[in-house]
Design a binder for this molecule. Structure first.
Ligand code: 13P
Ligand code: SF4
Length: 353
């Protein structure tokens, strides 16, 4: 395996991947990278890879890489017949909802999400009964059945924009935002809109606390700390910036901090480090067990064995599509304008259901 003939494209990945892989690891992964890229071509497939994939996947085989909003947009833009979602199940379902005529494959159907499994469609219907007259915004980290019950979907990249827009459209100062309690609290503080929230949590981001951030800032006073908005509010408040995984990537590309800490899943820092030789990453490491189910091996098997197909009931998909499409049709979020948003905080009530 180690002396396999590699394509020039795969050989050319070494300078990028050498930041996070040993040459032995690269030699072991390279034949699979070669095989996947050949299979993609044969099957007219694209690989949509989330920012939390490991660098061998992200840099080696991802055709489009990014956050959940970017991947949803790319699914729709792509003219491939097959989409392999290198991410978790809710992302693959979103691709299927947006692209009913494409074959969508997930390399491991058990790649779930603690937020998506925290709420059901019946819960959303009950919330509507209890809070009539308020728009219901749902995070993209939900099942297609839950999306089918929403007025509009959002991701961490555009939650602020979606909540501000729908509150203005409905002429209300209160919005239901499900299912991530911390995202809801962070959006409430950034927008001033009152939020009715659900007590869902991301099992990766809920583990950070404010003391972690103050300890990191004391140990590395020159480091810029960027936190994902799924983190507790106290963590976001103790950080320099909060934004989606794509917004963090953008921040580093534009501001080029000498030293940075990413308060999120730790493959994210690895992927950016491969392309940012001048930036030092301090790496507190929390892994998402769901994202880490996706490997080069099961991506290869997905393409070779045509598994595992993601299907969504047609009626559910049609209703979910309306909520997701409304979000995709919004103009892309103005990332740079939000660099200072941690400082712009409102004190508003969040009602937990
Ligand atoms: P992004 O939308 O920021 O990529 O986040 C998705 C996710 O699952 C974060 O935990
Ligand atoms: Fe879900 Fe959190 Fe994993 Fe993202 S990091 S997929 S929100 S559990």
């Amino acid at each position: 395996m180690y002396d396999a003939d590699l394509s020039p494209q795969t050989e050319a990945l070494w300078p990028t991947l050498s930041a996070r892989m040993t040459s032995l690891e690269f030699r072991a992964a390279a034949p699979l990278i070669d095989e996947i890229n050949r299979l993609k071509h044969e099957r007219n497939a694209v690989i949509l890879a989330h920012n939390y994939m490991t660098p061998d996947i992200f840099h080696g085989v991802g055709d489009y890489v990014g956050d959940s909003l970017g991947l949803a947009r790319e699914a729709q833009r792509s003219d491939a017949s097959v989409i392999v979602q290198a991410g978790v199940l809710f992302m693959a379902e979103t691709s299927k909802v947006l692209c009913p005529d494409k074959r969508v494959l997930i390399p491991d159907p058990l790649a779930g999400c603690s937020l998506a499994s925290s709420i059901t469609a019946a819960d959303v219907r009950l919330i509507r009964q209890r809070h009539p007259g308020f728009p219901v915004v749902g995070y993209v980290n939900t099942t297609a059945e839950v999306k089918a019950e929403l007025d509009i979907c959002c991701t961490s990249a555009n939650a602020v924009q979606v909540v501000e827009q729908i509150a203005a459209e409905w002429g209300t100062d209160k919005v239901v935002l499900l299912p991530d309690e911390f995202l809801a609290r962070n959006v409430a503080r950034q927008t001033g809109v009152k939020i009715i929230a659900w007590a869902g949590r991301c099992e990766v981001h809920e583990r950070f606390n404010a003391q972690d951030i103050w300890d990191l800032r004391a140990a590395y006073p020159d480091a810029e700390v960027l936190a994902h908005p799924e983190c507790p509010t106290e963590v976001v408040e103790a950080s320099h910036f909060t934004g989606s995984t794509a917004a963090m990537t953008d921040y580093i590309a534009k501001r080029k901090p000498a030293r940075v800490v990413l308060i999120t899943e730790c493959s994210m820092a690895d992927n950016i480090a491969c392309e940012s030789p001048g930036v030092e990453f301090v790496r507190p490491c929390n892994l998402c067990p769901h994202m880490k189910r996706i490997t080069l091996q099961n991506i290869r098997d997905a393409l070779l064995l045509d598994q595992f197909e993601v299907t969504v009931d047609e009626d559910v998909a049609a209703r979910a599509r309306a909520a997701v499409q409304r979000m995709v049709d919004l103009p892309p979020p103005a990332v740079a304008a939000r660099y200072d948003m941690v400082k712009a905080m409102h004190h508003v009530a969040v009602e937990l259901i």
